[in-house]
Design a binder for this molecule. Structure first.
Ligand code: UDP
Length: 459
């Protein structure tokens, strides 16, 4: 017979992408530390390494994707495919787990929209875990209204109602039209992405609660708006998770261990760390502009170029001729950084990021100001909040253009304005730290979440 610990179990179900897997594993560690037994259901794609987390029970679900299919498909297509292919394995896995253990609640990534119907049929509660910001979720929730009002037609050059990219979105200040979380750059068929979003929103509306990996110090006003306009269910703001528990061992790539020793040899706050995360792709022209901007800025830099970042390239073979020689005394290129350690390093003065939510939070939590180059989706919203709400960074407004890049790197790293952004970021860092300690808002949020979940397990 199963022991007590085995019978009261929370099932967590992460989406198989880096920026979703890490926070879900962090959440699992947080909830485990509060006494819950944890089973992690996961797709075969990007499986977490079970041996790193002996405290959890892992239940792999066959997602039906071959390695070739996973490599060829874009993220939106993968989300659509796995929501279909994992439905039956998940339903069977849940039934089996319920026969073995006491399961009353599942916590699944918001993008696993099929799980709402499965949870209802099995009479368990589903709590949604949203791995990105509240502000971007608000923008996603508004997307269909914005489309109906014609905002999305700016991508269609023949449209008479075309809005200018720099016009304000009155419904979502301070967003501009170009900050609406368009998905067109993410996928071959944008309809995949927009349908996924619509299904995610519909399923989240029926969920028992939503957990956000954010801080009230950053997002309380937007949370109030989100609840008032779209999701009147309980919401729990309990982040940033990575400040409670690391998930470094969920990294899909090997960290470059020589980065930190290299940073040790650089002057305080002199290095610009450059990384665009685990998913986005850029073209060779954009790579060249980044390189030229870095070279012209004269600043030291640590640049993580993930294999696969540049379309059609293996790695750095398309960097402009002479770039490596020209910058060898002050620049270092790596494949994948130990990012949290890098951001904590005293030599880091700025972070040029795509503004994925994990990167944005990790930067704010170390008091590092940002240069923002969003590509699609939530990154567009996060960037505008970094530059115009929290005022801890600069958004590159014209995309990748070497002149603007050079100017903005110097503005952030050398000029007075950059120092002010660093001060504001340090201030936020301190507030966030205190929100996680005894009596702070995230600390209380976690207690409320535990109180919310516990009675479900007792009934
Ligand atoms: N990351 C890392 N090394 C790198 C680049 C990224 O460890 O060289 C980690 C980073 O710390 C973050 C995650 O990968 O936790 C990226 O998540 P994010 O939400 O920022 O962006 P995504 O990859 O989902 O676009």
């Amino acid at each position: 017979m199963a022991d007590e610990d085995e019978r009261e179990t929370l099932i967590l179900f992460p989406l198989p992408f880096q920026g979703h897997m890490s926070p879900m594993i962090q959440l699992a560690r947080i909830l485990h530390s509060r006494g819950f037994a944890i089973s992690i259901f996961h797709a075969t794609l990007n499986s977490p390494r079970h041996s790193n987390y002996p405290q959890f029970t892992f239940r792999p679900l066959s997602d039906g994707l071959s390695p070739e299919e996973s490599a060829a498909a874009d993220p939106a297509q993968i989300i659509r495919l796995v929501n279909a292919s994992c439905a039956e394995p998940f339903r069977r896995g849940l039934a089996a787990e319920m026969a073995r253990k006491r399961v009353k609640c599942i916590i699944t990534d918001a993008n696993w929209y099929f799980t709402q119907a499965v949870a209802e049929a099995a009479e368990v509660r589903r709590v949604v875990m949203r791995t990105s910001s509240v502000c971007s979720f608000l923008a996603f929730a508004a997307l269909s209204d914005l489309a109906a009002k014609g905002y999305l037609t700016h991508t269609n050059s023949n449209s008479n109602s075309r809005r200018m990219r720099d016009d304000p979105v009155e419904e979502l200040p301070p967003l501009k039209v170009k900050d609406i979380p368009f998905m067109d750059q993410l996928c071959n068929n944008p309809q995949d992405a927009y349908q996924n979003i619509a299904k995610m929103m519909a399923a989240t509306k029926k969920a028992s609660a939503i957990i956000f990996n954010t801080s009230g110090d950053l997002e309380d006003p937007d949370l109030a708006k989100l609840r008032r306009l779209y999701f009147p269910v309980p919401t729990f703001v309990i982040g940033p998770f990575h400040k409670c528990f690391s998930a470094a061992s969920t990294s899909f790539h090997a960290h470059d261990e020589a980065s930190v020793p290299w940073l040790d040899g650089q002057a305080p706050e002199s290095v610009l760390y450059v990384s665009f995360g685990s998913v986005v792709e850029m073209d060779v022209r954009e790579l060249e502009e980044v390189a030229r901007g870095l070279a012209c800025s004269g600043q030291p830099f640590l640049w993580a170029i993930r294999p696969g970042l540049v379309r059609g390239c293996d790695w750095v073979e398309m960097l402009p001729e002479g770039f490596l020689e020209e910058t060898s005394d002050r620049g270092r290129i790596i494949e994948w950084a130990p990012q949290q350690e890098v951001l904590r390093h005293p030599s880091i003065g700025g972070f040029w990021t795509h503004c994925g939510w994990n990167s944005t939070l990790e930067s704010i939590c170390e008091g590092v100001p940002m240069i923002c180059s969003p590509f699609f989706g939530d990154q567009l919203v996060n960037s505008r909040y970094v530059s115009h709400v929290w005022r801890v960074g600069i958004r590159l407004e014209t995309g990748f253009e070497r002149g603007e890049i050079t100017t903005e790197i110097r503005r952030l790293m050398v000029e007075e304005e950059g120092k002010e952004m660093r001060q504001r970021s340090s201030c936020l860092k301190k507030k966030i730290e205190s929100s996680l300690s005894d009596g702070g808002s995230s600390y209380k949020g976690l207690n409320s979440l535990v109180d919310f979940i516990s009675p479900m397990l007792d009934t």
